[in-house]
Design a protein around this ligand. Structure first.
Ligand SMILES: *Cc1c(COP(=O)(O)O)cnc(C)c1O
Length: 337
């Protein structure tokens, strides 16, 4: 079975990162560095920011969770685009806040005016996702600026950029470039995707020191384990090697998209390591047929299917499936033009 359902990085772990894991194994009788000093400093150095501007957690999902717990109480509202990352409504619920999902536009992008218009007195956080998981398009810098200029500066804007390393659209936002101008903005990054460390659980936010102080304070003590800390430091040290697979994935992404669009599929812009098929009522049947061909894909019942870019052989199978697949008669799936 080819696992194309979790947007994982199929590349082997770089030797330097494996070596860091082996080294960490010899000191597991000790607690990890509670303040994550070295990792935080390594991330700060990598991005050219101060360590106070970084908050590390057990994956960026945990950072989102901690952020919402730190800033929201019951009845507070958190706005996010929908469909987007499945973790958002769960994190909002855990924080005891209220989810305000704002539907995507018909071309599977964030509806920025609607997101801004959804702000009320109870709004504490707006989450943005660029590239949007599961649909693929990015936000432009102009769009993010306009939103930040529109919403009150007391509302935090969390820009989730889990796939930013895969982005090749020059107009796309890079949250880091806007942090100095907008203290209420923070960007979320992860080692799970481009760095291929999903199993270790490390992610972080970059933002204003005052905004992140409560997030750092609310983090689970010793939450990020010694393996995760050392591997992430190792990955940053050899970041060119660690990110070596990204260029290949981007090349594969363009090859797959060209091939499936050539046979008539309508696919939104895909700037991450995955793409989206709006299959509507055909979703369940498509997932089943993909499974029968050895392809594990992520279906969202009644909406569509997200397929990760994997090994070239797996991608070939996907292209073959999409070449052969026919919608059931009378279905409204946006599959062929
Ligand atoms: C995968 C992903 C993450 C990363 O989650 P981790 O907890 O860091 O593994 C965050 N946001 C989005 C949109 C994702 O798809």
């Amino acid at each position: 079975m080819w696992k194309l359902s979790s947007n994982e990085n199929p590349a082997p772990t770089p030797p330097a990162v494996l070596a860091a894991l082996v080294d960490a194994a010899s000191v597991v009788n000790r607690y990890p560095d509670m303040a994550m000093t070295d990792l935080t400093q390594a991330i700060a150095d990598f991005h050219g920011v101060r360590s106070e501007q970084i908050a590390v957690g057990n994956g960026s999902v945990a950072v989102i969770e901690t952020l919402l717990q730190a800033y929201c109480s019951e009845g507070d509202e958190v706005i996010f685009p929908w469909r987007s990352f499945e973790a958002y409504p769960i994190c909002v619920q855990v924080a005891g806040a209220t989810s305000v999902p704002v539907p995507l536009t018909p071309d599977s992008r964030h509806d920025l005016p609607a997101l801004a218009a959804a702000v009320t007195k109870r709004t504490k956080v707006i989450i943005l996702c660029s590239p949007n998981n599961p649909t693929g398009p990015t936000l432009t810098e102009a769009e993010v600026r306009e939103l930040l200029d529109t919403v009150p500066s007391t509302v935090l804007v969390a820009l989730d950029e889990a796939y930013i390393e895969y982005v090749r659209d020059g107009t796309a936002a890079d949250g880091k470039n806007l942090l100095a101008e907008y203290p209420n903005l923070l960007t979320l990054r992860t080692f799970s995707k481009a760095y291929g460390l999903a199993g270790l659980r490390v992610g972080y936010a970059i933002g204003h020191p005052e905004v992140l102080a409560p997030v750092r304070a609310a983090a689970t003590p010793f939450g990020v384990n010694a393996f995760a800390q050392q591997a992430a430091i190792g990955a940053l040290r050899v970041s060119d090697a660690a990110l070596g697979s990204v260029a290949e994935t981007v090349t594969e992404r363009e090859r797959v998209l060209d091939a499936v669009r050539a046979v008539g599929w309508s696919v939104p812009d895909a700037q991450g390591n995955f793409f989206w098929l709006e299959l509507g009522s055909e979703t369940a049947r498509f997932v089943e047929i993909a499974n029968q061909r050895g392809l594990l894909v992520r279906g969202f019942a009644g909406e569509g299917v997200r397929i990760s870019i994997g090994e070239p052989e797996a991608n070939d199978e996907v292209v073959e499936l999409l070449r052969e697949w026919r919608p059931a008669k009378g279905s409204a799936a946006r599959v062929r033009e």
